[in-house]
Design a protein around this ligand. Sequence first.
Ligand SMILES: NC(=O)c1ccc[n+]([C@@H]2O[C@H](COP(=O)([O-])OP(=O)(O)OC[C@H]3O[C@@H](n4cnc5c(N)ncnc54)[C@H](O)[C@@H]3O)[C@@H](O)[C@H]2O)c1
Ligand SMILES: N[C@H](C(=O)O)[C@H](O)COP(=O)(O)O
Length: 340
Amino acid sequence: MTASPVTSPALVLTTGEPAGIGPELALLAAEDWQGLAASVVAVGDPELLEARARELSLSVTLDVCTPGEAIAPAVNGRLPVWPVGLRAPSHAGRLDPANAGYVLETLDVAIAACRRGQADAMVTAPLHKGAIIEGGHPGFTGHTEYLRDACGVEEVVMMLATERDGRTFRVALATTHLPLQQVSAAITPDGLTRVIRVLVSELQSRFGIEAPRLLVCGLNPHAGEDGHLGREEIEIIGPALTRLRELGIDIVGPLPADTLFTPRHLDAADAVLAMYHDQGLPVLKYAGFGRAANITLGLGMVRTSVDHGTALDLAGSGLADVGSLRVALDVARQMATRVN
Ligand SMILES: NC(=O)c1ccc[n+]([C@@H]2O[C@H](COP(=O)([O-])OP(=O)(O)OC[C@H]3O[C@@H](n4cnc5c(N)ncnc54)[C@H](O)[C@@H]3O)[C@@H](O)[C@H]2O)c1
Ligand SMILES: N[C@H](C(=O)O)[C@H](O)COP(=O)(O)O
């Protein structure tokens, strides 16, 4: 059955780590939605949000409502909220792992709303992974993996996107949140094949790119220097890409990562696949920090997030930049408008 396009999607926005900048960014976005053609509801503790609005003299009225009510179109100066109660009092800049369950509950509420079709997309403000782990969830590594498990899918892909010289610059990751020491072992032919299939399929269905061209990074310096500086390119990455090319996927690589991120290569590509977090994301964030969105592909629903973390050093100061949250909201709106 062909899905019908949604013209003004409903977005559910989780407000993230309560001691971080997430709550104030949700309020800042709501002060002026900048014409966002969507309905939006935030998920979080209303008293916390009220307190942050007061402390920062933000002119936002909270409308506390329940998930039973329809999500209302975004109106400047108003923030509808589905209430979730803090587990412990929260102070800007001071983490308390006792609130780990609160943060995860906000995610569960948003996931449930998307899965039952009440929301068309979820947008997440930053959480603090360490606080969740210390709060009794030792296996937690990030939204991406939590959402993968909650949605019951085998593979998801983290992709960050920003605008660069009038084009969209996208960087996806073959591996996400794991120690560097474990990266090489985590790169397998099957894993790479699954990641690239998800990436290609979602670039087609969610972004309307009929035949995406991918650039794939090598893992080692100079893509292994013909095996003299590492053999993953010869034994794992290269053969996996060859098989995918035989299936008709347009892939270039493995290329040396140090020179892949130059206009000559990037201008002809729809996305870059980096082998690990800090191979790809520093480049993307250098190009567009504060103007990028983090997108989880392969969930069967739309999820976007900001390009930054909890910024505990800025929480409560009013100095945090709301730019990336605005981009994350708008990318979610666009994705939910294209496919639902
Ligand atoms: N989407 C997410 O949930 C997400 C994304 C990235 C990091 N994190 C988590 O956030 C926590 C802190 O991570 P970190 O310290 O590496 O990165 P961070 O992004 O919180 O902070 C890095 C630097 O960027 C600045 N910064 C961040 N957001 C900003 C904003 N909106 N405006 C202006 N300056 C901003 C901070 O002040 C700090 O100097 C970690 O637990 C990390 O895992 C979460
Ligand atoms: N890797 C992300 C970044 O650097 O922006 C960040 O840690 C958030 O990841 P999740 O969306 O999985 O929490």
